[in-house]
Every structure is written in C-alpha cells, then in structure tokens.
Design a protein around this ligand. Structure first.
Ligand code: S3P
Length: 170
C-alpha cells in the first residue's frame, strides 16, 4: 500500500510500449504523463539524435539523471523512462525511492518491428538493428529483470496492459 498520489515509473527496453501505455495510464489515473525523452529534448532545445551526435551518449545520460533527480514533480505523474535510463548505476534504487516501478517487456522481434524506421533512436540507427537490439538487451537484461514487476506487452490489447499495470501501481 502506498500514498495514492505516488509516481509511476515505466521502464523497459526500447519499443516495449512505455509511451503508449504511459499515455493511456495517465489518462486512467488522472495523472500527468511525463516522457523523459520529451522533457530532455525540451530542456536541451535539441532532438535526441542531435544530442547524441553533438554531445555524445554520456551527456545524454547526464541529462536523464538530472531529470530524474530534480526535474520533475514527485507526485501524480506517470513517467515513461527512456530505455537506457534505468540501466545507469544507482538509478533503479533512485526510481524505487520515488515511486512504483513497472518494467514493460516484449520479444526482441516485436521490439524490432515497433522501432523500425524510427528516427529518434540513434542507438538503432545502424546497418543491422536486430544485432544491436540483441547486444543491448543482453547487456541490460539483468537490470530490467530486477526493475520491479515485469509486464508483457506482446500481442495484448492496450486496455488489458493498462489494467495490469494499474493493479500493480494501486
Ligand atoms: C534509449 C532509448 C530511447 C531514448 C534514446 C536511448 C536507450 O527511448 O532514450 O534513444 O538507450 O535504450 P525509448 O526507450 O523511449 O525508445
């Protein structure tokens, strides 16, 4: 049991549905939706690919950390976290200290389908995105699996996923 206005943090790999599920959940709970990528782009005045290209991935990770440490309300928010955010050292504990953490999961084939053609994911902008997805996922899997409750988003209606996450948050 927790305070009824505690934040909900959606974590998980790229293409697992964090933004889509987050939007629907925020509507259902009556919370504000915050997307870490959108907030970072707003603060930087640049797109994610521009930040990666001009400042490098480490600078992007610093921005993610700053957003989580101070750049958002501590209550009544559903926060859709960029896929690599929770992988940073200490970040999972930090998120858990701020709210409920739910990790979305999908098969890597689904991740590939959902992310194909996306211009906003510089890490997948490579000749063989599936190979990159496999490598990144293998390096991160242990963190995702420790992140909190895992919720599968493959082939499930959005409303069912939302109801599932809602039960965990509640
Ligand atoms: C990243 C995931 C992206 C975005 C950036 C890096 C990652 O967010 O933050 O391209 O390292 O997994 P989504 O998970 O919303 O695609």
């Amino acid at each position: 049991m927790h305070a009824p206005d505690v934040n909900l943090y959606l974590v998980g790999f790229m293409g697992t549905g964090k933004t889509t599920v987050g939007r629907a959940l925020a509507q259902r709970i009556g919370f504000q939706l915050l997307d870490s990528d959108v907030e970072i782009e707003r603060q930087a005045g640049k797109t994610i690919p521009e930040i990666f290209a001009e400042q490098g991935e480490p600078a992007f990770r610093v921005r993610e950390r700053a957003f989580i440490e101070g750049g958002h309300s501590q209550t009544r928010c559903v926060v859709a976290c960029g896929g690599g955010l929770v992988v940073q050292p200490g970040m999972l504990d930090l998120l858990k200290s701020k709210g409920v953490v739910v990790c979305l999961h999908a098969s890597l084939e689904t991740v590939l389908k959902r992310t194909q053609g996306s211009k906003n994911r510089p890490l997948l902008n490579v000749e063989d995105p599936m190979e990159r997805i496999r490598a990144l996922y293998a390096a991160r899997e242990h963190v995702y699996r420790n992140s909190g409750t895992l919720v599968l988003t493959d082939g499930r209606p959005l409303l069912e996923i939302v109801a599932h996450v809602f039960r965990i948050w509640k």
